[in-house]
Design a protein around this ligand. Sequence first.
Ligand code: T5A
Ligand code: NA
Length: 240
Amino acid sequence: MARRGAFVVVEGLDRSGKTTQTDILRQRIQEAGKEVACVKFPDRSTPIGKMIDLYLRSQSDLDDHVVHLLFSANRWELASTILSHLEQGKLVLCDRYAFSGIAFSVAKILPSQPSLSTTIHSEQSFGKLSPINLTWARAPDSALPSPDLTLFLDVSPEVAYTRGGYGEERYEKADMQSRVRSVFEEIGREVSADAGEGKHGNGKWIVIDAGREMHTVTEEIWRHVQPLLDGVESSVGRLW
Ligand code: T5A
Ligand code: NA
């Protein structure tokens, strides 16, 4: 079987440097003579992406469940494009993916000092509508192409706060960011546990300390991506 391209996702908190690092990585991959296709979520250019953009800029208000489904639909809009790039042997580099979808939606319901594992798995309802828990949040992204590698750019909300532009959009508040970080940690533990048990479903999860100098972060990312430049033998997995 011909080798397909690798699917690499870059995740992290707001201002962790995802876009900066994916741009550098794209150039490096091209300099290495390999084909690369870049995607970014949310993709604000599609009709659904435009609704998300209005919401993020606080120009519209939407129910949390609705927003969650829009973010997921935005990924489904590009799912077949991602698959065809991979089949053509291109490495797909993706700035945020379903992990962001879960982390941000679930973080909204967490108390500031979360007793995380009970809260995010809880089915209980304390309002008119059930709050978004991990099980519900995962469902709409189920069966999307799963990444071979997710690089989680970890940065403390305090460091992120000092970086340009922080504070302009809906979720860019320190308490929200630390809750998002907790959910990402939980997701990372689960993905790593699955990989450890030999379930390849959701690929590998690597935490990168993104609070360091830009070029140090770049070099560490490159060490993980370089082995994937010649593609992957196995077929593309599906999420969860
Ligand atoms: N969201 C997203 C959901 O709720 N559900 C979903 O399903 C998805 C996909 C918008 C929001 O949507 C939420 C999450 C977000 O809150 P976005 O469009 O990706 O998501 O957000 P952006 O505003 O484009 O990007 P971020 O804020 O996440 O920033 P990046 O891409 O992480 O950071 P970047 O590269 O733009 O860098 C930020 C600044 O830091 C500097 C850069 O020069 C820049 O000024 N910087 C560094 N400075 C010092 N040291 C380093 N190592 C640095 N790296 C970068
Ligand atoms: Na970005």
